[in-house]
Design a binder for this molecule. Structure first.
Ligand code: ATP
Ligand code: NMN
Ligand code: ZN
Length: 291
C-alpha cells in the first residue's frame, strides 16, 4: 500500500511505514526548509540598504518558524547589461567583496558577472539551484542502487533502478530536503515585472512557481497591491514573501552615484571599505583631492 508522507503530498512504495505518524512526528512537522537568498542587481555600488535587505529578509523568514536561511548570495549583473553609468563588473564585484567582509553568511558570487552577455534572472536562479542540488546530492542524498540496499529493504523495482525518489522522500521527511533558492528583491524590481517586454511571462511564472520571491517594501512601491493586480503573482502568492521594512531607508545606488559625482559625502550610507575603493579608483566621477 502506498505510503503517506507527513505533508500528504508524496507517496512511495518503500519499506518504511508512513501510515502511522511515528514518535518524531511533531519534530518532523517542526522541521524547517533551508533557504538560500539570491539578490540580483547592478550593485553600482553596493549600499548599506542592499546589505540590510538580507538581514531584514532573514529575520522575517525565521519569524515564520518554517524557514532556516543558510546563505545569502549577491550576484552582480554582467557588463553585458549595459545600463547607463554601470561601472565595470570587476569594480562592482570588488566593492561587494569588501562590503561583505563583516558578514558571516552573505557572499559574493561572480558566476553571473563573469558572463560575456547579460543573463536573465531565471537562468541565474537555475544555476544556483543546480549548485545547491549538487551539494545536496553529494552530501545527503547518496543515491542507493537497488542492488546495494539491504535485503529486507529490497523492493520490486526495475533491475538497477536508482532508489532516488524514495531516498529523497525520506530526506525530506527528515528535514533534509533540497535547499530552496529564493530571489531576494526590493518592491521596485517586483513591479518591473509589469514593464512591457522586460521580463518573459514564462520566466516570471518560473520564478514564482519554482523558486519563490522575498520582496522588501521600498519607497514608491506597493508589492501587495501589485500582486493583487497580477494574475500569475496572485496564483503563486503562497511562494511570495513580502517583508515590510518599518525602518524605512530610501538609499539607492542612483542617489549614491549622484552624491559622489557632486563630491558630497556618502559616509554611513555605504560601507567605509567601499568608499575607500571608490576613492582609490576614482569611480563615479569622484575627484581625489591629492591628484
Ligand atoms: N532601499 C532599498 N529598499 C529595498 N530594496 C532595495 C533598496 N535598494 C536596492 N534594493 C533592491 O536591491 C536589488 C538590487 O538593486 P540595484 O542594484 O538596482 O540597487 P538600486 O539602489 O536600485 O540601484 P539603481 O539606483 O542603480 O537602480 C533590487 O532588488 C532592489 O529592489
Ligand atoms: N528578464 C529578466 O530576467 C530581467 C529583466 C530586467 C532586469 N532583470 C534583472 O533585475 C536586476 C535589476 O537591476 P537594476 O535595478 O540595477 O537594473 C538585474 O539583476 C537584472 O539582470 C532581469
Ligand atoms: Zn535599481
Amino acid at each position: 500500500m502506498p505510503g503517506r508522507d507527513i505533508m500528504g503530498i508524496f507517496s512511495c512504495l518503500c519499506t518504511k511505514s508512513h501510515d502511522t505518524p511515528d514518535e518524531n512526528y511533531e519534530l518532523k512537522m517542526a522541521t524547517k526548509t533551508r533557504v538560500v537568498l539570491l539578490a540580483c542587481g547592478s550593485f553600482n555600488p553596493i549600499t548599506n540598504m542592499h546589505l540590510r535587505m538580507f538581514e531584514i529578509a532573514k529575520d522575517s523568514l525565521h519569524k515564520t518558524g518554517r524557514f532556516e536561511v543558510i546563505e545569502g548570495i549577491v550576484s552582480p549583473v554582467s557588463d553585458g547589461y549595459k545600463k547607463k553609468d554601470l561601472e565595470p563588473a570587476k569594480h562592482r564585484c570588488e566593492m561587494v567583496r569588501r562590503s561583505l567582509k563583516t558578514s558571516s553568511w552573505i557572499r559574493l558570487d561572480t558566476w553571473e558577472s563573469d558572463q560575456d552577455t547579460w543573463t536573465e534572472t531565471a537562468r541565474i536562479l537555475a544555476h544556483h539551484k543546480a549548485q545547491q542540488d549538487s551539494i545536496y546530492n553529494a552530501n545527503e542524498l547518496r543515491p542507493t542502487r537497488n542492488s546495494e540496499l539491504p535485503a529486507k529493504k529490497k523492493r520490486k523495482t526495475n533491475a538497477g533502478t536508482t532508489h532516488v525518489s524514495c531516498n529523497m522522500l525520506h530526506n525530506q521527511a527528515d528535514g533534509q530536503g533540497p535547499v530552496q533558492v529564493k530571489l531576494l528583491c526590493g518592491g521596485d524590481l517586483l513591479e518591473s515585472f509589469a514593464v512591457p517586454g522586460l521580463w518573459k511571462p514564462a520566466d516570471i511564472e518560473d520564478i514564482v512557481r519554482n523558486y519563490g520571491l522575498v520582496c522588501i517594501t521600498r519607497e514608491g512601491s506597493n508589492p501587495s497591491r501589485f500582486i493583487y493586480e497580477n494574475d500569475v503573482l496572485s496564483k503563486f502568492q503562497y511562494n511570495i514573501h513580502i517583508v515590510t521594512e518599518w525602518i524605512t531607508n530610501d538609499i539607492s545606488a542612483t542617489k549614491i552615484r549622484r552624491a559622489l559625482r557632486r563630491q558630497e559625502s556618502v559616509k554611513y550610507l555605504v560601507q567605509d571599505a567601499v568608499i575607500d575603493y571608490i576613492m582609490k579608483n576614482s569611480l563615479y566621477g569622484v575627484e581625489v583631492a591629492d591628484k
